[in-house]
Write a new protein. Structure first.
Length: 583
């Protein structure tokens, strides 16, 4: 092996790692909705959690990514520690899929159909399809599909380059002697752990081991301890991800480490005993790529079989290592660890936006109650709701801007844009609730009293605003298109009510039935209530836009208003419901 072979090895390794990373990221984006569905199915049932972890890892081809997600879920309160344990075990088995895919490179046969299964036979075709999808398709889904194919092709070309560059090592006695030293189980375990910790991917380190197997110098006696060490080394990613997280998230990382360390120690002990007592001939034979895949899968399955029934003990061990303190542990509402999985981060943002909306709407309801029956306690609750809504806006706005820098599918990008717009509307609704409270306080402090006609009219308008708030929140919270379509007709009625009330007030003012000071307060109330309805219209419009994959709010609202029979029917219904004829 000369300097050029060494350069080829480095280049092949770089291509291999880049291809694996590229393919994994594209798979995450492409499987976004499926990931969300799988995560929603998580239960306290250990087998459901196990198969969820297995499925997610098989999809995104990375146990490290799955475990980092799990740490983020626990930190955000989405998942309990017990659920996390089951998912982590499933992830360890799911990661073995990569080794089986890479093992296809070792296929040798004179049969043309069998040789078609060899990656070097079909990888160029996949690369061609991938580059066509990536360069010439406009859809993000198709571009992601192209990226997956290109990532896989890059990965396999890197694997072939590594295998070809190390083939000359079979003639170097020193290389064979090196792997004889690795037959020391503890040394092999350490080498596997250190290598995997450096590159932070057990799948990649198994791939490197499979490439070295092509030299014929790697025996099963040397390979098996290295494989066990690789499972320990992959824990470094979860441990790094747990820094700055709450105690339960740290415990999830400890569980991942404990699971792999305990499993490795137990089965390494069994391996040493079998080798010492029985000395199986297979251990002295050269390992193959398929053999490595079998050992990798078997080891992870055995670890799971051993420790899945003892999930409770692992939880107790994690609690013992990461102890509780007197100060309460806080849950991070939006964990930045989830940003690497945009569909999940978006789902958490949506959940928090719903809470923000409920807080804003509740505050507005209380401000309307204060117009009828003011109390300092009610005013305090409205202001606290406004402060909480502002806090939500800061957290969500910052998080969504960061999320926007990550690559997402078309639907997820549209949803992120929708949330950014909606949080602004909820925040403004909350501001108007404080404005209404201030009007109520002004009337109390200055002894201003509205006429009976004005009180009745404001009550009618307030009831209409209550309904439009409920409709817009329901539309956003449940994706209810029927509720969303009813918002705009009611908003038009509220606009008409505002103008009617303003005209009636001017008439009463001219007739001396109302004071100028009361008129100023009434004008402020009308403006605030009408603007609340406008923000409700914006929220409903965003829901409709997202459902129709059209992010042009003004055009959507214009289309709803222009000549639609249902719109006219609902406008008439709301006009009759909130009629001022008796006022």
């Amino acid at each position: 092996m000369d300097i050029f072979d060494a350069l080829s090895l480095i280049g092949g390794l770089c291509l291999f790692l880049f291809g694996m990373n590229l393919m994994g990221q594209a798979l995450e984006r492409r499987a976004g909705n499926r990931l969300r569905y799988l995560l929603e199915k998580m239960t306290t049932n250990k087998f459901a959690g196990f198969f969820t972890g297995l499925a997610v890892t098989s999809i995104i081809q990375s146990s490290s990514a799955t475990t980092v997600m799990v740490v983020g879920f626990v930190n955000s309160g989405i998942m309990t520690l017990r659920q996390a344990i089951n998912v982590i075990m499933g992830a360890n088995v799911g990661t073995t899929v990569t080794a089986w895919i890479l093992s296809l490179g070792g296929i040798e046969s004179n049969n043309a159909f069998v040789m078609l299964l060899k990656p070097s036979s079909f990888t160029p075709v996949l690369a061609l399809i991938g580059i066509i999808f990536y360069m010439f398709c406009k859809s993000n889904k198709k571009k992601d599909t192209g990226t997956i194919l290109l990532g896989f092709a890059t990965l396999m070309f890197g694997m072939d380059a590594m295998s070809a560059s190390v083939s000359g090592l079979s003639d170097i006695p020193e290389f064979g002697e090196l792997f004889i030293k690795f037959q020391n189980p503890v040394l092999g375990l350490l080498v596997g752990a250190i290598l995997t910790a450096i590159i932070q991917s057990s799948s990649a380190s198994v791939g490197i081991l499979q490439a070295l197997c092509t030299t014929g110098q790697v025996t099963y006696a040397a390979a098996i301890p290295i494989i066990m060490g690789q499972n320990i080394g992959t824990c470094i990613t979860a441990i790094l991800a747990s820094f700055g997280a709450n105690k339960n998230a740290k415990r999830a990382a400890v569980v991942h480490l404990s699971f792999n360390v305990i499993g490795s120690i137990v089965w390494l002990t069994v391996f040493v005993l079998i080798r010492a007592i029985f000395s199986p001939l297979i251990l002295t034979q050269a390992a193959s790529e398929v053999g490595i895949a079998i050992c990798h899968s078997l080891f992870n399955i055995l670890c799971t079989a051993l420790l899945l029934p003892m999930a409770g003990l692992l939880e107790k061990l994690a609690n013992l290592i990461v102890r509780d303190t007197k100060s309460p542990d806080t849950i991070t509402l939006l964990d930045e660890r989830l940003l690497s999985t945009p569909p999940v981060a978006l789902e958490r943002s949506n959940v928090l936006t719903v809470k923000m909306g409920e807080t804003a709407v509740s505050g507005l309801y209380k401000s309307l109650d204060a117009l009828v029956s003011y109390s300092p306690e009610l005013a305090k609750e409205v202001r606290e709701a406004e402060d909480e809504t502002d806090r939500y806006e800061d957290i969500l706005g910052t998080y969504l801007v960061k999320l926007s820098s990550y690559q997402m599918g078309d639907k997820d990008s549209a949803n992120a844009a929708k949330l950014l717009r909606v949080i602004g509307d909820f925040e403004r609704i909350s501001d108007h609730s404080v404005n209404i409270i201030e009007s109520a306080e002004e009337m109390r402090d200055k002894g201003i009293t509205l006429s009976e006609h004005a009180k009745t009219e404001i009550t009618v308008l307030g009831n209409a605003v209550r309904e439009i708030l409920g409709l817009s929140l329901k539309a956003f919270k449940d994706g209810d298109m029927a509720a969303a379509s009813n918002v705009e007709p009611l908003e038009q009625v509220i606009d008409g009510l505002k103008e009617t009330l303003r005209s009636r007030h001017i008439s009463r003012l001219q007739q001396g039935e109302c004071t100028i000071s009361a008129g100023f307060v009434l004008s402020d109330l009308l403006t605030n209530l009408e603007r609340v309805a406008d923000h409700c219209s914006n929220i409903a419009g965003c829901v409709i836009d997202t459902a129709q994959n059209n992010m042009n709010l003004h055009e959507s609202l214009k289309a709803v208003r222009s000549g639609d029979e249902d719109f006219k029917k609902m406008t008439k219904l709301y006009s009759d419901k909130y009629s001022l004829s008796e006022a």
